[in-house]
Design a binder for this molecule. Structure first.
Ligand SMILES: Nc1ncnc2c1ncn2[C@@H]1O[C@H](COP(=O)(O)OP(=O)(O)O)[C@@H](O)[C@H]1O
Ligand SMILES: [Mg+2]
Length: 236
């Protein structure tokens, strides 16, 4: 089943568009990567999808047209967005951050059981429940950002540059977590990354964005080492 179908998505800041009518889709259960160099428009795509900025085009998510929905309604429909830079609240404890993530979920018992589920999946967060998020390491903050997004019970988890600012070993750990969320918890993932090699090794499908348009797309394994992908990054 196609979970997300995006057609002719355009968006920009002020008068100028930075996205020029992009089309892509995400199958249920898949890991889809949006790749591209700095400034290509990757973050703009996620912001447009989650309703944080106005956009044109059509966004079909699990059979619903998202265009008339605001950001909170999109979260309630199952679209979670982990922003670039993580977006956790540094002055709040780990537990308070998780509670904020559940703001669209009304049932207290469900919130409590989800919290225990994600503490079990992220034992380092469980050990730091009462610690301020700002005092966590970069890798732990990314884990918290993931767990917080999972508290909204998403169908699709969108993650903007999870590797940003992390050492290579920590990045690998985060990608292992993402892989297990997909394989063991059935989570569909839309990952934005500049780190093409690493991402192509674990995604199913990838789209390469250059100046607001896709230049290359296909099965991730076919794009690994692809010359056009490299050129897109080097801007040749
Ligand atoms: N708040 C903003 N105001 C004006 N221009 C912006 C803003 N955010 C991003 N841009 C511009 O939009 C383009 C795409 O940015 P972005 O989507 O952040 O790219 P990426 O995430 O691929 O690095 C860039 O040229 C960037 O300078
Ligand atoms: Mg970005």
């Amino acid at each position: 089943m196609t979970m997300l179908k995006v057609q002719g998505l355009s968006a920009g800041y002020g008068a100028a568009d930075v996205l020029h009518g992009v089309d892509f889709f995400v199958e249920q259960g898949a890991i889809v990567a949006l790749l591209g160099s700095n400034g290509a428009g990757k973050t703009t795509i996620l912001r447009a999808l989650s309703g944080l900025m106005p956009a044109r085009g059509t966004i079909d998510f699990c059979g619903s047209n998202l265009t008339p929905c605001n950001a909170a309604q999109r979260v309630a429909l199952g679209l979670a967005h982990i922003p670039q830079g993580r977006g956790t609240f540094g002055d709040f404890t780990v537990e308070e951050n998780l509670a904020v993530g559940a703001y669209t979920v009304g049932d207290r018992q469900q919130i409590a059981s989800d919290m225990e589920r994600w503490y079990a999946a992220f034992p380092r967060l469980a050990e730091r429940r009462q610690q301020q998020a700002g005092s966590l390491s970069g890798g732990e903050q990314q884990m918290l950002a993931l767990a917080r997004a999972l508290m909204s019970r998403p169908k699709l988890l969108m993650c903007d540059e999870p590797s940003l600012g992390l050492a290579p070993a920590i990045t690998e750990e985060i990608f292992e977590i993402l892989k297990s969320l997909n394989r063991e918890h059935g989570m569909t993932l839309l990952i934005v990354e500049q780190n093409a090699d690493l991402t192509l090794q674990f995604a199913d499908t990838a789209y390469v964005l250059e100046s607001g348009s896709f230049t290359v797309s296909g099965a991730a394994r076919d794009l690994l080492g692809n010359e056009a992908v490299q050129q897109s990054y080097l801007g040749v």
